[in-house]
Design a protein. Structure first.
Length: 568
């Protein structure tokens, strides 16, 4: 890949926290009537409390995905005063209390925990760059920039230093031997669980069950597991020999050959990350159902593929808590699908606003002019967009191609050659296309695999357009700001081509005509303490909408807004 650009001084954790909170406010709280761009700054008004805020702008985006710089300031009588991150969070807490009529006594603590996580990641030792793929997975020091608490995390600081991806962690698994008749497992293909069996040797009559060492430490004293060890139903074999590295999701580990997705009874952003019973069986069921779909898409759109999840294994001693807590899903490694000569990179690292690895697009395109950047983008779009839309319209499959679920295969020149879709947890089926396959599954497994068409389409558009392509556009526009409209025009062209290819379906017709885009309301979801699957969407102005005259904003000049300070 191209050589790295010179590394620049990072922004402060405090500023990043404030900028992320402002992103959420812009998207979910302050409609067009409550914010405006004034020269080199953004002015916002919280509608219920009347709080007025200002922040400097590095770059203005026509879709509202602005790049901020410097601290946030609050308007007070006759002056503007710099607002620390915790004070901004308090203003948001009060605004949301008035907006919703209820309180969330966890909110400020979660913002503080997220800020601490980002500061620790920035202060820690750099992530090793010897493996470009793992470096991309472990480089996300700040996380999702439209989530109020992207690095909120449970557990102790010592545990995070030992097991966190942004700490560059590497560690062996904890190995259990489980009596064969107390093992529950399913497979979609022969040898699907070889990735588990090769981690060590189990005694005769036992099967090997690797566990995440952090999860094992949390479950070690569970009464059911303690009893199983006393009866020799389970034998603790100690640590394995092979080091594994945590990927961006924290609980999915990689040894360079296979991915193992473990349960982790730790809250990360919104949820405690465990493999529920229906998710264990659902991963294998989806792998079976999707096999012909994945083969057809790969043949029709060379350069796309799906990482299968062909098996799971867990302990079955009558405890659901242990079955879910010790369940492990096997996912194919990159070598199973990545073309020779390509380097896999996590899409979230390619689009990262604050690069933590050489995977970021500014480093892939080091020194490239605007036309080469546009060529890179056109290639990327034609790898990513057509298979996602074909999966939905032709096969009734809702892929979840957000930035953390896509691995980009790049060539030695840094240009994209492949996209690999991963993590079947968010992949869903439309029942009209898959009624027969769903009818063969237990109800508790089939139910969570199904989306209604409208909900599925919202999920596709959010993940593909809002979470993924909009963030990649932002990263490319950081290199060539004058190109942002051309970048969105390239997206519109690909979408128009797919309209014709799929017989002009109404969903694509509406999308290309400029209807608002569905954006996941992460701030409101966190405030309401809802599960991710219950998250609602808020309308986001579309980059494909015809231009309309901008309404004049209320005069905000009762005090002079601060000029932005210089960016490091």
């Amino acid at each position: 890949m191209p050589s790295a650009l010179p590394r620049t001084a990072p922004v402060s954790a405090d500023d990043v926290v404030c900028h992320t909170l402002l992103n959420c406010l812009l998207r979910e709280v302050c409609g067009p009537e409550h914010h405006r761009v004034d020269g080199g700054r953004l002015l916002l008004r919280l509608p219920r409390t009347g709080v007025r805020l200002a922040v400097g702008l590095r770059r203005v985006s026509p879709t509202g995905a602005h790049r901020f710089r410097g601290p946030v300031s609050e308007q007070r009588p006759g002056r503007w005063t710099e607002l620390p991150w915790h004070a901004l969070a308090s203003r948001i807490e009060r605004e949301l209390h008035l907006a919703t009529g209820y309180r969330n006594d966890e909110f400020l603590a979660q913002v503080a925990a997220s800020r601490a996580g980002q500061a620790a990641a920035m202060a820690g030792r750099p992530v090793p760059q010897d493996d470009p793929y793992l470096a991309s997975e472990q480089s996300l020091r700040h996380g999702h920039r439209f989530h109020p608490t992207p690095k909120a995390r449970g557990g102790s600081e010592e545990d995070w230093a030992r097991y966190a991806p942004e700490a560059g962690a590497r560690f062996p698994l904890r190995l259990l031997a489980v009596r064969a008749d107390l093992v529950r497992e399913q497979t979609a293909v022969p040898d699907a669980l070889a990735a588990l069996d090769r981690q060590g040797a189990a005694p005769p009559g036992y099967r090997l069950l690797p566990t995440h060492p952090w999860q094992y430490a949390m479950l070690r004293d569970h009464a059911g597991l303690h009893a199983a060890r006393l009866r020799r139903h389970v034998i603790d074999l100690g640590t394995g020999r092979v080091p594994f590295a945590p990927t961006a999701s924290v609980r999915t580990l990689y040894d360079g050959r296979d991915f193992l997705k473990f349960s982790l009874n730790v809250r990360i952003t919104n949820c405690v990350r465990k493999n529920a019973d229906y998710e264990l069986a659902g991963a294998v069921a989806l792998t079976r159902v999707l096999e012909p779909v994945a083969r057809e898409l790969a043949a029709r759109f060379p350069g796309c593929d799906l990482l299968r999840e062909p098996g799971y294994r867990t302990l079955d001693v009558g405890s659901r808590e242990l079955a879910e807590g010790l369940g492990v899903i096997v996912r194919e490694g990159l070598a199973a699908r990545l073309h020779p000569g390509s380097t896999g990179l996590l899409a979230a690292a390619v689009a990262d606003e604050h690069p933590g690895s050489d995977a970021q697009v500014g480093r892939l395109l080091a020194g490239a002019g605007p036309q080469e950047a546009l060529r890179w983008w056109n290639t990327y779009l034609r790898l990513l967009v057509p298979p996602v839309l074909a999966a939905f319209f032709d096969h009734g499959v809702v892929l979840e191609p957000h930035l953390q679920n896509v691995v980009v295969g790049v060539g030695p020149d840094g240009h994209p050659r492949q996209v690999l879709f991963r993590d079947l947890e968010g992949t869903k089926l439309l029942s009209r296309h898959h009624a027969a396959a769903l009818a063969e599954l237990p109800v508790d497994v089939a139910g969570p695999l199904v989306y209604r068409r409208a909900r599925g389409w919202d999920r596709v558009v959010y993940c593909l357009l809002v979470n993924h392509l909009a963030e990649m556009v932002a990263a490319l526009a950081d290199l060539h700001p004058e190109q942002e409209n051309a970048l969105w025009a390239a997206v519109a062209k690909v979408l128009s081509e797919r309209r014709a290819a799929h017989g002009d379906p109404p969903e694509l017709r509406a999308l290309t005509s400029g209807v608002p885009l569905p954006a996941k309301a992460n701030l409101l979801t966190r405030w309401s303490r809802a599960a991710d699957r219950e998250a609602r969407y808020v309308p986001l102005p579309s980059p494909f909408a015809p231009a309309v005259p901008t309404a004049t904003a209320p005069d905000d000049r009762s005090a002079t807004a601060p000029r932005p300070r210089s960016q490091p």
